[in-house]
Design a protein around this ligand. Structure first.
Ligand code: NCD
Length: 309
């Protein structure tokens, strides 16, 4: 078998080359029928995915679980450190070792940046980063790209606005780097306090990726193909008073977008940044985006677990 996908772990979107991403998106498309339960698969029969979620999760955890089960595999794990022996003082390294002996790959979400990378040095099974603090969320980015590609049949040349908490939002960090690889044009819309980190802007400039920064949606609304909206990440603010000053900074409602030729995406959960009156319109792609987490994560699991066989 020719190994097209050569990654052993999925830690940062920067570990991917464009061809790896394209390969996963293609695989995901082939797996959509299985994701929808219109076809069945036993490709990962007998395999177990270990899930270490130290932070809350709905979509990421459930779509990984669904993906694994639709491929004939199974999952073990926990959400919240209070239910594991970490609460008794067990180290992350020891807990990871246990997961290594019970499962064929590990998905980890943690509030500290660098945690997923850290455990790759501790275990021999593949590790997938499901979000490390304000760091990266590479599998979310793959499903975001998949959503864009499914909608427009291309990514190149599209104008994508990333809106909200660009400082602490890990989804937008990974996504900005990936969109750079695909020659999309980007606008970064945030309050001044929550701008895209300098290191990411620096990388984009180095790669000659064009982007525009503003704090006003009206500056970009007539130009964009995709409004990628994010939640202000309350839990990452060192000072809650700072959060209170900024919360509710943006609201995407039907009035703002009606008549425009664009789609609205959001990694979810949304709090108050997209009004419910967008839900039943053609602009709403955020629920579909959440479903696409299943075929995309199937593609990742299939290739990453198979790589080790
Ligand atoms: C995001 C996350 O956890 O980073 N959610 C997700 O995985 N779909 C976004 C968020 O929590 O705001």
């Amino acid at each position: 078998m020719i190994k097209i996908f050569n990654l052993n772990d999925v830690i940062s979107i920067k570990d991917f080359q464009k061809k790896d991403i394209e390969f996963i998106l293609k695989e995901a498309e082939n797996l959509e029928k299985v994701a929808r339960s219109e076809e069945t698969s036993e490709e990962l029969a007998g395999k177990i995915l270990g899930m270490m979620f130290f932070e809350p999760s709905t979509r990421t955890k459930l779509s990984f679980e669904t993906a694994m089960k639709r491929l004939g595999g199974d999952c073990v794990g926990f959400v919240g450190s209070s239910v594991s022996s970490v609460s008794k003082g067990e180290t992350l390294a020891d807990t990871s070792k246990m997961f290594e002996s019970y499962s064929d790959a590990i998905v980890i979400r943690h509030s500290l940046e660098g945690t997923a990378k850290f455990i790759t040095d501790v275990v021999d099974v593949p590790v997938i980063n499901a979000g490390d603090g304000a760091g990266q969320h590479p599998t979310q980015t793959l499903l975001d790209l998949y959503t864009i590609q499914r909608n427009f049949d291309k990514i190149k040349g599209l104008n994508v606005a990333l809106i909200g908490d660009l400082k602490y939002g890990r989804t937008v960090h990974s996504l900005a780097q990936a969109l750079g690889m695909f020659d999309a044009q980007m606008s970064f819309v945030s309050p001044n306090e929550l701008k895209m980190p300098k290191e990411i802007l620096h990388d984009l400039k180095k790669d000659n990726v064009k982007f525009y920064e503003t704090n006003k949606i009206k500056d970009i609304i007539d130009e964009v193909d995709v409004l990628y909206v994010t939640r202000i990440q309350k839990e990452r603010f060192p000072d809650e008073e700072e959060y209170k000053k900024i919360k509710g900074a943006y609201l995407i409602d039907h009035d703002l977008i009606k008549g425009k030729d664009l789609i609205v995406m959001h990694p979810l959960p949304r709090i108050d940044e997209i009004a419910n009156d967008v839900d039943n319109t053609k602009y709403n792609k955020y629920f579909k985006q959440a479903f696409y987490g299943v075929p995309v994560r199937m593609a990742i699991l299939k290739n990453i677990i198979r790589n080790k066989i």
